[in-house]
Design a binder for this molecule. Structure first.
Ligand code: UGA
Length: 441
């Protein structure tokens, strides 16, 4: 099928390449000339495992192209909207400028019967308000939220847990037009549906809410375990053992019970805030008032990591050499948007520490925003002569591959703060380190 994808960021670029990889003919459209030039050469403009391969393959096959020219969308049957919905400056609500611009820019190129499929994360009610503009052109709007995780984006796009389509509906279910558009989306995603991926057809509001409530739930799960870490800290309990134990209950599950410096990135933090803002607008602020607490717990964990480092260094980090392992908001990503890791590094620098930071993928992005820190590519070089080491992104390079005895031979002091509870505490202690975890004795 011929498809267009408007917006070629983390979501759109992966979606375009993944759709080409399952056999569709895809044009990706973005206003950013640099991004389009890089994608057109088959070069991924950001770090995402597996993206490079499917980009190269798609371009070589002739099925995948990129342009800044919106008219290239003409002739596609389904137009995906994958632009960003960042937090508004000075507020909690989502900024929908790019969604409106994408839809308005696309309108002149729509043909009768086309489908516009919104993938961006939007406040509930957005699709309802955009739909008339699309139907005036004889096309249909559907909301088809995306659940990909950075670092696993290619796999999550080709083989998602579930597919959700919000289509024009009445109280009795999808309208005839809604049912037809759901059928077209089924064709788009045929390879994954054929493998058994659930395909849920619903109305606009439910589809929009599925997305924000999924992220709100994940954020809540992380902050729940971090709240337990706070209690563990005053009682001498170990939150990692606690998480293992409660995680054995299938109703709870161990995933996303990783206590540490908390969640960040371009999605969870801004999505829970936008959800709160939207609920307030709807007069239902109290229903999700707990999300404010989830946010507050999350941010407190960054303070905790900084405090632990200060305490470990005898009450001050001033002029102490601190090596920070990690900058990305999570491993397998170069994304530093609202990264707790980078935030902790910047705060330690602000307290007068001589911070050296390393990361396998995110140094360039971090340097652009925070040129005041010292960046070193080589992990061992970064560790040399450090008074303390703090792990803030659980890359395999630190979690699995860094031998504590080897690290001890490089550093001046032997204090390690494990901001992700990802190190083997016993092994580090045995190698002579004073180990500090998050919510661990
Ligand atoms: C998140 C959701 O997981 C995706 O399903 C969703 O599609 C995406 O947002 C989105 O809305 O686009 P992502 O932001 O890529 O995906 O990252 P996650 O894997 O959810 O991690 C988010 C943050 O939580 C990271 O900073 C991570 O380090 C932290 N985290 C995760 C924890 O602190 N503890 C955990 O146990 C798990």
């Amino acid at each position: 099928m011929r498809l267009s994808v408007i917006g070629c960021g983390y979501l759109g670029a992966v979606h375009a390449a993944a759709m080409a990889s399952i056999g569709h003919e895809v044009v990706g459209i973005d206003v950013d000339e640099r991004k389009v030039a890089s994608l057109s050469k088959g070069e991924a403009p950001f770090f995402e495992p597996g993206l490079q391969e499917i980009l190269t393959e798609g371009i070589a096959s002739g099925r995948l192209s990129f342009t800044t020219d919106m008219s290239a969308a003409q002739g596609a049957k389904v137009h995906f909207i994958g632009v960003g919905t960042p937090q508004q400056p000075g507020g909690y609500a989502a900024d929908l400028t790019y969604v409106h611009a994408a839809v308005d820019g696309l309108l002149p190129y729509l043909s009768e019967g086309d489908i516009v499929a919104g993938k961006s994360t939007v406040p509930v009610g957005t699709a309802e308000s955009l739909a008339p503009r699309v139907s005036d052109r004889g096309a249909t709007l559907v909301w088809n939220p995306e659940f990909l995780r950075e670092g696993w984006a290619v796999q999550d796009t080709i083989d998602p847990d579930r597919l959700v389509a919000g289509v024009p509906s009445t109280d009795g279910g999808p309208t005839e037009e809604g049912a037809r558009t759901a059928g077209v989306l089924r064709e788009v995603y045929h390879p994954s549906i054929a493998k058994g991926t659930p395909f849920i057809v619903t109305d606009y509001a439910t589809a929009e809410l599925v997305k924000v409530s999924a992220n709100a739930f994940l954020a809540t799960k992380i902050s729940f375990i971090n709240a337990m870490a706070e209690i563990a800290e005053v009682t001498g309990a170990d939150v990692t053992t606690l998480a293992d134990a409660i995680g054995h209950d299938a109703r709870i599950g161990r995933r996303f019970l990783g206590a540490g410096i908390g969640f960040g990135g371009g999605c969870l933090p801004k999505d829970i805030r936008a959800f709160s803002a939207r609920a307030e607008e709807l007069g239902r602020g109290e229903s999700v008032a707990f999300l404010r607490e989830i946010d507050a717990i999350n941010l407190r964990r960054r303070d905790r990591a900084v405090d632990l480092t200060v305490q470990a260094l005898g009450g001050s980090v001033f002029e102490k050499k601190v090596t920070v392992l990690g900058a990305a908001f999570k491993p397998h990503s170069d994304d530093i948007r609202d990264s707790p890791a980078l935030d902790v590094a910047v705060r330690l620098h602000g307290l007068g520490a001589d911070v050296t930071l390393t990361d396998p993928a995110a140094i360039e992005n971090a340097r652009r925003i925070h040129p005041q820190l010292t960046y070193v590519e080589d992990r061992d070089e970064a560790l040399r002569d450090a008074d303390a080491v703090i792990v803030v992104t659980e890359w395999d390079e630190y979690r699995r591959d860094l031998d504590p005895a080897h690290a001890a031979a490089l550093t001046a002091g032997h204090i390690v703060v494990d901001g992700r509870n990802c190190l083997d505490a016993a092994a580090w202690r045995a190698a002579g380190w004073t180990y500090y975890g998050m919510g661990r004795p």
